[in-house]
Design a protein around this ligand. Sequence first.
Ligand code: SF4
Length: 177
Amino acid sequence: MKGEKRIRSPIHFSSHFSLLTFHPSMMKFIDVKEVFAEIPDEITLAISISGCPIQCKGCHSQYLWEDVGQELTTEVLSELLRKHLGVSCLCFMGGDQNPAEINRLAQWTKQSSKVKVAWYSGRKTLSKEIDLPNFDYVKIGPYDEACGPLNVKTTNQVMYRVENGQLFDITSRFWKL
Ligand code: SF4
């Protein structure tokens, strides 16, 4: 696809963050929205997960820093997918405090539905606790005021499409001409 770049050694599987250990059942979300710009060519159900440990300077979503909201379980995911039948993709927005749980929920979604699965991570590198076949898209990178958001060419953030376990950089799809 035009504008896509295949990445052969894409990311370093390490974390720069000293993270608290959360029990899987403790992951919570604040809200869900059907959105159109977060993942190219997809109608996406975006789930805003709280308890963000990244704490980027200039974050516009500081309400997500506290560990508050409703517990995110497979039962809740099932109900959300039932209510939002028209979506083609489900995106976990956050969850960096517990990538293993994001991976578990992504795997469940893959096995239980036909929707694609995406993850917006604020980490600089992809967590080693993620199994790529469970995902169709992953975005990595914290918000950096100096670099700007995903839709400007100077951004530090990278969006990958995952295909057959390989990562393709599709960040340029967000850039405005
Ligand atoms: S990762 Fe997102 S929610 Fe978390 S601090 Fe950065 S911009 Fe805010």
